[in-house]
Design a protein around this ligand. Structure first.
Ligand SMILES: Cc1ncc(COP(=O)(O)O)c(C=O)c1O
Length: 479
């Protein structure tokens, strides 16, 4: 596998850089792109000659910049492969070491590691209605490996309403979207297979895909929602077996891939016979009343779509689903049975109730998220004006670009100020991303406002002393 990036693309990613002197500005610009993962580790950079032409600088400028990066470990020269982007060991993060266990937090600690909403009003009433329904399902042993028909129908109807006709037989109920991704990975991937993932992406999916033995190839999530060039080019170069995508309010960036972008990515995947595993966990959370694009599977019939009630309703239900392409039904069903034998009927009844009749609850959820998002943005502008957060039109997260690559150094400082954070590298399939931090807006507005005010002194201390004695932050679940 040879991944490379065109000189014109590097020029676009770099934009303007400091030219006094030019070689140092160029080296700094490239270093930032490599630590951010926008030039992922393992990618071959353009030859000195090509970059010289694309940037309209002297050949010496590029040669000196490359030499400086090589000296600091950000480029390695490989025989026959030119100059390859690389992260020095201290800047990369082991997969899964952020995924430890849920811990009880001391009072007053604001937990911004977990992007999961609290249960809304009306959930208990849905449970009560489900309990009344339950006797109809108590006649047998209680195993429903594909799910209760009533829930499979509700999921199929929801897909049809979004423009993707779906037979209830295509729906398999699973214990949450994370389990859905694990089942899809188990069905599709063998050790050594390549899988393309967005960078950043959802940390627990990184762990699942790595566990399946796949070699992950990260593709930057562009700032413009409709820019699919990096994805289509990488798919063409890498010819992956699978691509794990979050097109609906991507976790953590919040990006929403529009219809045309979906069509372009689907076309690229079809040419390499790559199967998409599409995580639609956030698809029910548009916050601006906008029309959602059609599900990705409307463009690529072979797509394995994964969804869940965790984000719109409550993670405690542990109910999700897989929409199975007809040709893969047997493969996915077998993979599922190798992991578990079905989910609890009571929670399935609650989920079916919420999908069919939960419009008010969903509306309430969206209003609360919108208020929390806006409060977080106001607080960031006030307390941390040099952070650059995204302003997503849906989902649960702000992705903040920091003025320095110090998110890992910030985490223990923030904890001392009573805020638990997940650092950028937790979301990096191939390391890097230390210049970013995720702020979920799932907590009430006042909690976020207070937490962000507490982050300001933590950030000031981090800038003043970026690398103090090693300190262990409390491990947490990044969800
Ligand atoms: C993109 C994404 N996929 C999957 C999950 C896990 O969802 P579930 O609770 O349905 O397993 C999350 C939760 O944070 C998520 O953000």
């Amino acid at each position: 596998m040879t991944r490379h990036v065109a000189a014109s693309r590097v020029a676009t990613l770099l934009g303007e850089f400091d030219r006094s002197p030019a070689y140092r500005g160029l080296a700094e610009g490239l270093r930032v792109l490599i630590t951010d993962g926008r030039l992922p580790t393992g990618v071959r950079l353009p030859s000195e000659r090509d970059l010289t032409e694309a940037l309209e600088v002297s050949r010496t400028t590029v040669a000196r910049a490359y030499a400086e990066l090589r000296d600091h470990g950000f480029l390695v020269s490989r025989q026959g492969s030119g100059s390859v982007a690389h992260l020095p060991a201290s800047r990369s993060v082991g997969h899964g070491d952020h995924l430890l266990h849920l811990t009880e937090h001391p009072d007053g600690m604001a937990d911004l590691t977990c992007a999961a909403p609290l249960p809304g009003p009306g959930l208990l009433a849905a449970y009560e209605r489900a309990v009344a329904e339950l006797p109809r399902h108590l006649g047998g042993p209680g195993y429903f490996p594909s799910g209760l028909p009533v829930l499979r129908e509700a999921v199929a109807e929801a897909y049809a309403a979004r423009g993707l006709p779906t037979d209830p037989d295509q729906v398999m109920v699973v214990p949450g979207a994370q389990a859905g991704v694990a089942i899809a990975a188990r069905a599709l991937l063998s050790p050594g297979d390549r899988a393309v993932v967005q960078s950043p992406t959802y940390p627990n999916a990184i762990a699942t895909l790595v566990r399946s033995g796949a070699r992950l190839v990260g593709v930057e999530v562009p700032r413009e929602d409709d820019d699919t060039e990096a994805m289509t080019t990488t798919v063409r170069q890498v010819v992956p077996r699978a691509a794990y995508l979050i097109p609906d309010f991507h976790n953590p960036t919040g990006a929403l891939l529009p219809d045309e972008g979906r069509a372009r990515v689907a076309h690229a995947l079809a040419r390499t016979r790559t199967t998409a595993i599409v995580d639609e966990s956030m698809a029910m959370l548009p916050l601006e009343g906008q029309r959602m694009p059609a599900p990705f599977a409307a463009h690529a019939a072979d797509t394995i779509s994964v969804g869940s009630v965790s984000k719109p309703f409550w993670g405690g239900l542990r109910i999700g689903w897989i929409r199975v392409p007809a040709a893969r039904a047997d493969q996915l069903f077998r993979a599922r049975l190798s992991l578990d034998l079905g989910t609890a009927p009571l929670e399935q009844l609650v989920a079916a109730d919420l999908l069919r009749d939960g419009a008010d609850l969903l509306q309430h959820r969206r209003e609360q998220l919108r208020a929390s998002r806006d409060a977080a943005l106001v607080a960031l502008a006030e307390h941390l004006p040099d952070w650059r957060p995204t302003r997503p039109s849906g989902g649960l997260n702000l992705w903040c670009e920091l003025p320095a690559a110090l998110s890992t150094a910030l985490v223990p400082r923030a904890e001392r100020h009573g805020v638990l954070l997940a650092s950028g590298p937790s979301f990096a399939p191939e390391g890097g991303l230390d210049r970013f931090v995720r702020i979920p807006f799932t907590q009430p507005a006042h909690v976020l406002t207070d937490a962000i005010a507490r982050l300001a002194p933590a950030w000031r201390e981090t800038l003043a002393d970026p690398y103090p004695r090693p300190d262990r932050a409390t491990p947490g679940l990044v969800a």
